[in-house]
Design a protein around this ligand. Structure first.
Ligand SMILES: [Zn+2]
Length: 570
């Protein structure tokens, strides 16, 4: 990795250990004293520049520590450095950062800042408004409970094929052609899950109590209203989400069920069962896009350059500065992510490439996030160099779709079509599940004091409303507690609809690109360059996308997806 600061430091010393709270203390004291002495809007703007510099430097320090740890989890020193950040530095920083925000919001010049700061101002005001000292202990209790959830669900294993296996490994069996084997594996997993179902319901009941208390303490009527404020969802309401669910029910669910009927016919089964949903109905072998990760890097580069020379140049920066760690190797953390080094204002891509199609998807997705970081690097304040998640995922999911027609860099014509078809099918299957998970939480948090049976009944009615045609008979209990496996419901309540909103933006990009690719990429980059400096509807609009989750937007998108699926099948 070869990085240097995007601009020289003006406030922070050039050499300082940002993981040492003794060195950080005088910095925060100075920021606080300076804030007290502000006597004009210009003073305040200068203070915001200083604070932004500190935030960026702290952000980068934390990203670098995290990257180092995930790239080498078997290095004790790196793990220790990361734990020091989580256990010492962050808890030290949080109250100090909040105290500054509180002081900032009371500064007489805060309200007079130019329009440019309006989004930032709105964010600070909300954070200050909903903060309650007494909720800190409740948040800690919640963190403890979600850790228990993680522990219970993460440690589930089963005996299968004569050995102990994780549920993740068992999931792979669902892709195998042997139906009896899939069924046996599926039943084994479901039985294992049922053993802990009561325990997970207990945890959830405790979470509910705490979350309702937090909402009331912060002055909200219920936890849903609190969460909308806490997530800074200023540009859409709970009612918009409910309408989104309806639009999914009317426009997406029928399409998913149609695809399932096709699957049933192809598999030649009388009834589609839950263990028939992941196998490739044409029994194709897995796609094999590349051998070495250098090939993944090179071919991805060709795709981005073919799409737009600016994207090719961005990707060149990643390669030149070695801002990628792609190879799967022993000691590396699983998965893939993109992180931003906020002082150098460059992205970093982490993944575990092994030569499967999923690696290509991850690369295209994370590169979309990386382009976002590069396109918004000129934004003057740190807070504006990242966007709300609803739009960040447009950058990444949109890139997956924009790049899809170029998959022939990796595949034969037939395989490229198959990859695109799987991709589109995956996207439409996601919407009903998203609606189920989201609608469930809307009900939960607006029905305080509900019983477990009522909760179960609500979930089952949503499964009927949004679910597929597969037959669950004999497994009714398992179906009723399917939500236990969606970690968001336990750990990050209500955080899921964002992906649905973003996917609608991504599909609109895909649709626009089929008409005019250069103009679409132009708009895409224009929207990305705004970072988080404008409200969501404006970010969407600048990229040429409607910020709308009703029939009006979804119906034509689904018609186009259906047509494209037909085209790709031929
Ligand atoms: Zn993402």
């Amino acid at each position: 990795m070869q990085i240097s600061r995007f601009t020289p430091r003006r406030f922070l010393p050039d050499i300082i250990d940002l993981t040492d709270v003794d060195q950080l203390a005088p910095i925060f004291d100075q920021l606080s004293t300076k804030l007290d002495a502000i006597s004009s809007v210009a003073d305040l703007e200068a203070w915001l520049a200083d604070y932004s510099e500190v935030s960026a430097a702290l952000g980068e320090s934390s990203s670098l520590t995290y990257i180092a740890m995930t790239c080498q989890t078997d290095d004790e020193a790196k793990e220790k450095a990361y734990m020091h950040l989580v256990e010492v530095v962050d808890p030290w920083l949080k109250p100090r950062q909040f105290a500054l925000m509180q002081k900032l919001s009371m500064c007489p010049f805060f309200g007079q800042l130019p329009e440019f700061y309006s989004i930032y101002r709105r964010s600070v005001a909300t954070q200050v408004k909903i903060y309650r000292e007494e909720n800190v202990a409740r948040e800690t209790a919640i963190a403890r409970l979600t850790q228990q959830y993680q522990k219970i669900s993460g440690s589930m294993t089963v005996q299968f094929d004569g050995k102990e296996q994780t549920l993740a490994r068992m999931g792979r069996i669902q892709e195998e052609p042997d139906r009896a084997r899939r069924e046996a594996a599926w039943k084994t997993v479901v039985e294992r899950r049922m053993q802990d179902a009561d325990k997970l319901d207990d945890i959830f009941d405790q979470l509910l109590v705490l979350r309702n208390e937090i909402a009331h303490a912060a002055g909200f009527s219920d936890f849903r209203a609190y969460t909308f404020a806490n997530y800074e969802r200023f540009d859409y309401t709970p009612e918009d989400c409910l309408r989104f669910h309806e639009a999914v029910e009317h426009n997406v669910v029928p399409l998913v069920r149609e695809l399932q009927r096709e699957r049933k016919a192809k598999l030649g089964v009388d009834t589609l069962r839950p263990w028939d949903l992941a196998v490739d109905p044409d029994h194709n072998p897995p796609l094999h896009p590349f051998e070495a990760s250098t090939e993944l890097l090179e071919k991805s580069h060709q795709i981005f350059s073919a799409l737009d020379s600016r994207l090719g140049d961005y990707y060149h920066v990643l390669r030149l500065q070695e801002l990628v760690d792609l190879d799967n190797r022993k000691g590396k953390a699983p998965g893939g992510y993109q992180s931003t080094l906020s002082e150098a204002r460059v992205p970093f891509i982490f993944m575990n490439a092994v030569g499967v199609h999923r690696d290509v998807e991850t690369m295209l997705h994370e590169a979309g996030h990386a382009f976002h970081a590069l396109a918004s690097r000129e934004q003057p304040i740190h807070a504006y160099r990242s966007a709300p998640i609803e739009f960040c995922e447009v950058a990444s999911m949109g890139m997956e779709l924009l790049a899809a027609p170029f998959l022939r860099m990796f595949y034969s014509d037939t395989d490229a079509k198959r990859a695109q078809r799987d991709h589109l099918e995956g996207i439409i299957k996601f919407f009903p599940w998203m609606a189920t998970v989201d609608a469930f939480q809307h009900w939960i948090y607006t029905h305080p004091g509900h019983t477990r049976d009522e909760r179960k009944a609500c979930w089952l009615s949503l499964m009927d409303r949004f679910g597929g045609i597969e037959d669950w008979s004999g497994f009714e209990q398992a179906r009723a507690s399917m939500w236990h496996r969606q970690l968001h419901i336990f750990e990050i309540p209500f955080y899921y609809v964002e992906y649905g909103i973003a996917q609608l933006g991504a599909l609109q990009l895909w649709q626009a690109a089929r008409r005019d690719l250069p103009a679409t990429l132009d708009n895409y980059l224009k929207g990305l360059s705004l970072g988080g400096s404008r409200p969501l509807p404006e970010l969407f609009q600048t990229s040429g996308l409607a910020f709308d989750f009703t029939d009006k937007t979804i119906a034509p998108l689904m018609r186009n997806v259906k047509d494209a699926l037909l085209e790709l099948a031929s």
